[in-house]
Design a protein. Structure first.
Length: 248
């Protein structure tokens, strides 16, 4: 085998292995109708598949590579991925933000009703743990076993029956999703502002007038008190003195 043929064989093997892994995870997701519904409720995100661990957290070299292997999978939403997975994004040569065309395909460009984003770690194990992860998008087949547990509505069935979208269609979908997100954010801010205005209007009427009236009342009482003191002072000054007895 030459180098080119070897790379093609390895690439095909990785593709087939990824399909087997994704099929296994999909069966776990649709183990029941309720579980499939709960998974859809998680929103956009990536399914992480780990084939090998990095060993002991304190010292990765304490456990031989062949003893570190373990298999597990889990889901992380997009906010968590973009916030906490910068190392993996860098390894995959992603820009790392929502405006990157390459990353856009796997964040807002895929169809969550009919597709999953799978990221696999451990295909290239090294002495220091897994190297570059592999990422891909898997779409439901219309003849997948127990698909009825996932496609519980007409909308989902139509999404599954749609052909695999092109990169241009994914980009258009991502733009639409981003606009929807911005409109939703704006609507949320408007509702918050409306709620704040409503809370201010629910205050007892005349609160401002009562405060202003109280201030005038205090000023009036102070003025009245000062006038009383002045009157008392004037009365004391004008009081006639007792007549003195005539001298002999």
């Amino acid at each position: 085998l030459d180098l080119k043929s070897g790379e093609e064989i390895v690439g095909q093997w990785l593709t087939d292995a990824s399909k087997v892994l994704s099929e296994y995870v999909c069966h776990q997701i649709i183990a029941s109708t309720a579980r499939a519904s709960q998974f859809r409720a998680l929103g956009r995100g990536w399914v992480w598949v780990q084939l090998s661990s990095t060993g002991n957290r304190k010292s990765k070299d304490m456990i031989p590579q062949e003893q570190r292997t373990r298999f597990k999978w889990w889901f992380e939403n997009l906010d968590r991925v973009l916030r906490n997975r910068k190392t993996e994004l860098k390894l995959m040569n992603f820009i790392g933000d929502m405006s990157g065309d390459t990353l856009e395909k796997y964040t807002v460009g895929y169809m969550p009703l009919s597709e999953f984003v799978f990221l696999v770690r451990g295909f290239y194990p090294t002495s220091r743990g897994p190297a570059r992860p592999t990422i891909g998008i898997q779409k439901w087949c219309d003849n997948f076993r127990f698909l009825d547990r996932w496609a519980t509505s007409r909308e989902i069935q139509d999404a599954v029956n749609m052909p695999l979208p092109t990169n241009e269609e994914r980009h258009a979908h991502s733009v639409k999703a981003q606009r929807h997100k911005e409109r939703k954010k704006l609507q949320k801010e408007r509702q918050k502002l409306k709620k704040q205005n409503g809370a201010q209007q629910q205050k007892e009427p005349g609160d401002g007038e009562d405060a202003e009236g109280k201030a005038y009342k205090d000023q009036f009482e102070a003025l009245l008190e000062s006038m009383k003191q002045e009157q008392q002072g004037l009365a004391g000054a004008e009081e006639p003195s007792e007549p003195s007895e005539p001298s002999e």
